[in-house]
Design a protein around this ligand. Structure first.
Ligand code: DX5
Ligand code: ZN
Length: 222
């Protein structure tokens, strides 16, 4: 099970310290939300921030692009130090090329599906990806409540993976706290992004440990 604190909930004036805090807390990955003010109604930060943080941390950088023109950002984020780049299934026709491009840059590929989007949009790409991100809020802002209606989509992702003998990770993102992480683990998720659920905790190490313990106990049997 992977626990990935989201930097979006960190102190924006102290990104370096906050990244180190996540590493010291024994998180597995750092989730970096990139918002363009067009695909989502908010703006976060760009490749220069990732480039600044890269030498400060050994954490796996899970870069989540919520950007209409993702194609122009792949190379900058790959060069800045992303380990994985997640693009959105809602980009439609662009998706096959984006997946190909991320692979050609030597990075892992994730594909995200927003709450209103049918899983069928991701289905044709399952054998090409390293991770399927089932969004559990409408992206754009941290601190939103978990959308329970997304749980069957996690089950669908898990069933497809088993039926097709694939190995992509199943990630959830949005409103993930101790309770909702357990619900997602029960449905088949194995990778948990949590912003306000972890970064706001004064003792992040204890919070990461608790979340990991809870989801490992709930792990759905393959
Ligand atoms: C939502 C982002 C999330 C966000 C989650 O647009 O993709 O990664 O940081 O924040 P929380 O965990 O606070 O819902
Ligand atoms: Zn995210």
């Amino acid at each position: 099970m992977i626990i990935a604190p989201s930097l979006l909930a960190a102190n924006f004036g102290k990104f370096t310290d906050e990244t180190r805090r996540a590493e010291r807390a024994a998180a597995d990955w750092l989730h970096l939300d990139i918002m363009d003010g067009h695909f989502v109604p908010n703006i976060s930060f760009g490749p220069d921030v990732v480039k600044t943080l890269r030498p400060q941390s050994r954490l796996f950088f899970d870069v989540h692009l919520m950007c209409s023109r993702s194609e122009i950002l792949l190379e900058p984020f790959a060069k800045a130090g992303a380990d994985q780049i997640i693009i959105h299934a809602e980009l439609g026709d662009q998706v096959p090329h984006l997946i190909w491009k991320i692979k050609s840059l030597g990075k892992k590929v994730g594909l995200a599906v927003n709450p209103p989007t049918a899983m069928a949009l991701a289905e044709p790409h399952l054998d090409q990806i390293d991770l399927l991100l089932v969004m559990t809020v409408n992206p754009g802002f941290g601190g939103q409540p978990f959308i329970t209606e997304c749980l069957p989509k996690i089950q669908q992702a898990w069933t497809w993976r088993k039926e097709r003998n694939l190995a992509y990770r199943i990630e959830v993102d949005g409103g993930i706290n101790f309770n909702t992480a357990v619900e997602c683990a029960r449905a088949g998720a194995d990778t948990f992004v949590s912003g306000s659920g972890l970064f706001t905790k004064p003792n992040m190490k204890a919070a990461v440990k608790k979340m990991r313990g809870l989801v490992e106990k709930e792990r759905r049997r393959a």
